[in-house]
Design a protein around this ligand. Sequence first.
Ligand code: DON
Length: 303
Amino acid sequence: MQSFLEQLVEKHKTAAHEGKLADYIPQLTEQNPLALGITVRTCDGDVYTAGDCPIQFTLQSISKVITLILALMDQGEDEVFKRVGMEPTGSPFNSIYDLEVKSPGKPFNPMINSGALVVSSLIQGSTVDERLERILGLVRDMAENPEIEIDQAVYHSEGVTGYRNRSMGYFLKEFGIIEDVESTLELYFKQCAISVTCDDLSRMGLCLARNGKNQAGEQVIPQPLARLVKTFMVTCGMYNASGEFAILVGIPAKSGVSGGIMASVPERMGIGVFGPALDEKGNSYAGVRMLRDLSREWNLSIF
Ligand code: DON
């Protein structure tokens, strides 16, 4: 297993040249486009790791899985899904068009940016910091790493350039879906800037694979919610590439524009991937290819 992972990294490292760093968040262009790493943690306690695994990167959209869990814990399914749908879209993750034309005021799902803004607005707490601490608390419990923090440079970089998210926030306010847009955006940009490693992501994926139990045996996510978010990861986790990913890889997974992917093979393993050069849909170019080969080699598809 270990040598297979090392071969995977070697094979796909050069393919990263085909991808491109996300540059609409300027700080993300500081990342090394050729970095590539993978960590696998199995339910039996085995760990395999290859490539650039010590590198820190930000969760970005992977945080949408965590905030969805918290919003559901806080508000229940009825309240959350009154405001955000359960259907995949064929559009990019930051599309404004769908929100105006196809489903006015109700984002299609919680994994696209508009849906994630609604979800973040539903997380309880009296201040942004209190709400952020709850998000960080769940990430730390899933990853069993109490040191996880925010990358302030990435947060500030998105905070001053996040025009499209800001537009969508105010658009949603017009429909009465979000009340306090600025505090929702602050929370959203901060959750996206939570800084992790491949190892953290593999533990988070493992926690979902173990139906919400971390490796220490604590039930940190209620079992039905672990199942629900894994289903969203299959249908919407890789955005408008989710269908192709389901066919080629067949594993619940969530990507972020920093190049991270958290994958979770139910009852078997958690996988953390990092490769910041992205394909045209915003998923790690080499990361998706490594997961495809891994899934074929180890027969990981859930279908
Ligand atoms: O809101 C944004 O655009 C980013 N903070 C997160 C987007 C993202 O990660 C999409 N992923 N592939």
